[in-house]
Design a protein around this ligand. Structure first.
Ligand code: IDP
Length: 136
Protein backbone atom coordinates (compact mmCIF):
# COMPACT_ATOMS: atom_id res chain seq x y z
CA UNK A 1 0.00 0.00 0.00
CA UNK A 2 1.42 3.37 -0.97
CA UNK A 3 1.82 5.68 1.99
CA UNK A 4 3.76 8.75 3.08
CA UNK A 5 6.30 9.24 5.83
CA UNK A 6 8.20 12.18 7.29
CA UNK A 7 11.96 12.02 7.15
CA UNK A 8 14.49 14.37 8.74
CA UNK A 9 18.11 14.56 7.69
CA UNK A 10 19.32 15.92 11.00
CA UNK A 11 21.94 18.67 11.41
CA UNK A 12 24.80 16.13 11.53
CA UNK A 13 23.81 14.92 8.04
CA UNK A 14 23.97 18.48 6.68
CA UNK A 15 27.23 19.30 8.52
CA UNK A 16 28.89 16.13 7.28
CA UNK A 17 27.82 16.61 3.67
CA UNK A 18 25.72 13.46 3.60
CA UNK A 19 22.43 14.89 2.30
CA UNK A 20 22.94 13.62 -1.25
CA UNK A 21 24.16 10.20 -0.08
CA UNK A 22 21.17 9.71 2.21
CA UNK A 23 18.52 11.02 -0.21
CA UNK A 24 19.93 8.83 -2.97
CA UNK A 25 19.54 5.75 -0.78
CA UNK A 26 15.82 6.50 -0.37
CA UNK A 27 15.43 7.26 -4.07
CA UNK A 28 17.35 4.19 -5.24
CA UNK A 29 15.07 2.06 -3.06
CA UNK A 30 12.13 3.40 -5.08
CA UNK A 31 10.65 6.02 -2.75
CA UNK A 32 9.58 9.36 -4.19
CA UNK A 33 10.26 12.75 -2.65
CA UNK A 34 6.92 14.60 -2.60
CA UNK A 35 8.01 17.59 -0.48
CA UNK A 36 11.35 18.80 0.85
CA UNK A 37 12.71 21.80 2.72
CA UNK A 38 15.93 22.85 4.42
CA UNK A 39 15.38 24.79 7.62
CA UNK A 40 16.74 25.53 11.07
CA UNK A 41 14.18 24.86 13.79
CA UNK A 42 13.79 26.44 17.21
CA UNK A 43 13.23 24.68 20.51
CA UNK A 44 9.44 25.02 20.31
CA UNK A 45 9.37 23.17 16.98
CA UNK A 46 11.69 20.50 18.38
CA UNK A 47 9.30 20.07 21.34
CA UNK A 48 6.36 19.61 18.98
CA UNK A 49 8.17 17.16 16.75
CA UNK A 50 9.47 15.12 19.71
CA UNK A 51 6.32 15.57 21.86
CA UNK A 52 6.52 11.96 23.07
CA UNK A 53 10.12 12.43 24.26
CA UNK A 54 10.12 15.85 25.96
CA UNK A 55 10.13 14.37 29.47
CA UNK A 56 12.84 11.79 28.82
CA UNK A 57 16.36 12.20 30.19
CA UNK A 58 17.90 12.13 26.71
CA UNK A 59 15.68 14.96 25.48
CA UNK A 60 17.60 18.15 26.52
CA UNK A 61 20.74 17.23 24.55
CA UNK A 62 18.59 15.94 21.68
CA UNK A 63 16.79 19.31 21.59
CA UNK A 64 20.14 21.10 21.58
CA UNK A 65 21.32 18.88 18.73
CA UNK A 66 18.29 19.16 16.43
CA UNK A 67 18.27 22.95 16.76
CA UNK A 68 22.05 23.28 16.24
CA UNK A 69 21.95 23.97 12.50
CA UNK A 70 20.02 23.44 9.31
CA UNK A 71 18.30 20.15 8.70
CA UNK A 72 16.40 18.77 5.72
CA UNK A 73 12.78 17.71 6.18
CA UNK A 74 11.13 15.63 3.48
CA UNK A 75 8.00 13.65 2.80
CA UNK A 76 8.67 10.35 1.06
CA UNK A 77 6.05 8.24 -0.65
CA UNK A 78 5.91 4.63 -1.74
CA UNK A 79 4.77 1.12 -0.82
CA UNK A 80 5.03 0.68 2.96
CA UNK A 81 7.13 3.84 3.08
CA UNK A 82 7.01 4.10 6.90
CA UNK A 83 8.47 0.66 7.52
CA UNK A 84 10.82 0.80 4.53
CA UNK A 85 12.38 4.07 5.69
CA UNK A 86 12.93 2.70 9.20
CA UNK A 87 14.60 -0.40 7.73
CA UNK A 88 16.86 1.78 5.58
CA UNK A 89 17.61 4.05 8.58
CA UNK A 90 18.65 1.19 10.89
CA UNK A 91 18.57 0.94 14.69
CA UNK A 92 18.44 4.13 16.77
CA UNK A 93 21.88 3.51 18.32
CA UNK A 94 24.09 3.81 15.26
CA UNK A 95 26.83 1.74 16.90
CA UNK A 96 24.44 -1.21 16.89
CA UNK A 97 22.72 -0.50 13.58
CA UNK A 98 23.21 -3.19 10.93
CA UNK A 99 25.74 -2.68 8.17
CA UNK A 100 23.93 -1.68 4.98
CA UNK A 101 21.66 0.75 6.82
CA UNK A 102 22.17 4.52 6.79
CA UNK A 103 23.05 4.63 10.50
CA UNK A 104 25.02 1.38 10.36
CA UNK A 105 27.17 2.56 7.49
CA UNK A 106 27.52 6.26 8.23
CA UNK A 107 27.13 7.02 11.95
CA UNK A 108 28.58 6.00 15.31
CA UNK A 109 26.37 7.75 17.85
CA UNK A 110 23.13 7.11 19.69
CA UNK A 111 22.10 10.78 19.43
CA UNK A 112 23.76 12.03 16.25
CA UNK A 113 22.31 9.29 14.10
CA UNK A 114 21.68 11.29 10.91
CA UNK A 115 18.02 10.57 10.26
CA UNK A 116 14.48 10.48 11.60
CA UNK A 117 11.62 8.47 10.14
CA UNK A 118 8.01 8.41 11.41
CA UNK A 119 7.37 5.25 13.40
CA UNK A 120 3.65 4.64 12.68
CA UNK A 121 0.87 5.82 10.37
CA UNK A 122 -0.45 8.05 13.17
CA UNK A 123 2.98 9.60 13.72
CA UNK A 124 3.46 10.10 9.97
CA UNK A 125 0.16 11.91 9.69
CA UNK A 126 0.92 14.16 12.67
CA UNK A 127 4.51 14.89 11.60
CA UNK A 128 3.65 15.60 7.94
CA UNK A 129 0.97 18.06 9.09
CA UNK A 130 3.46 19.69 11.48
CA UNK A 131 6.30 20.09 8.96
CA UNK A 132 4.32 20.59 5.75
CA UNK A 133 0.95 22.12 6.71
CA UNK A 134 0.20 23.10 3.11
CA UNK A 135 0.85 19.68 1.57
CA UNK A 136 -2.18 17.81 0.29
P1 IDP B 1 14.23 6.80 16.37
O1 IDP B 1 14.77 8.12 15.86
O2 IDP B 1 15.09 5.64 15.92
O3 IDP B 1 12.77 6.60 16.09
P2 IDP B 1 13.55 7.43 19.15
O4 IDP B 1 13.54 6.42 20.26
O5 IDP B 1 12.24 7.96 18.67
O6 IDP B 1 14.42 6.81 17.96
O7 IDP B 1 14.46 8.65 19.67
C1 IDP B 1 14.47 9.85 18.97
C2 IDP B 1 15.89 10.34 18.86
O8 IDP B 1 16.39 10.66 20.16
C3 IDP B 1 16.89 9.33 18.31
O9 IDP B 1 16.90 9.26 16.91
C4 IDP B 1 18.20 9.85 18.86
O10 IDP B 1 18.67 10.98 18.09
C5 IDP B 1 17.77 10.35 20.23
N1 IDP B 1 17.94 9.31 21.27
C6 IDP B 1 17.11 8.30 21.53
N2 IDP B 1 17.55 7.55 22.56
C7 IDP B 1 18.69 8.13 22.96
C8 IDP B 1 19.62 7.84 24.00
O11 IDP B 1 19.47 6.88 24.76
N3 IDP B 1 20.69 8.66 24.08
C9 IDP B 1 20.87 9.73 23.26
N4 IDP B 1 20.00 10.04 22.28
C10 IDP B 1 18.93 9.26 22.12
Amino acid sequence: MSERTLVLLKPDAVRRGLVGEILSRYERKGLSIVAMEMRTIDGAMADQHYAEHVDKPFYPPLREFVTSGPLVAAVLEGDDAIEVVRLLNGATDARKAAAGTIRGDLALSNRENLVHGSDSPEAAKREIALWFPNLH
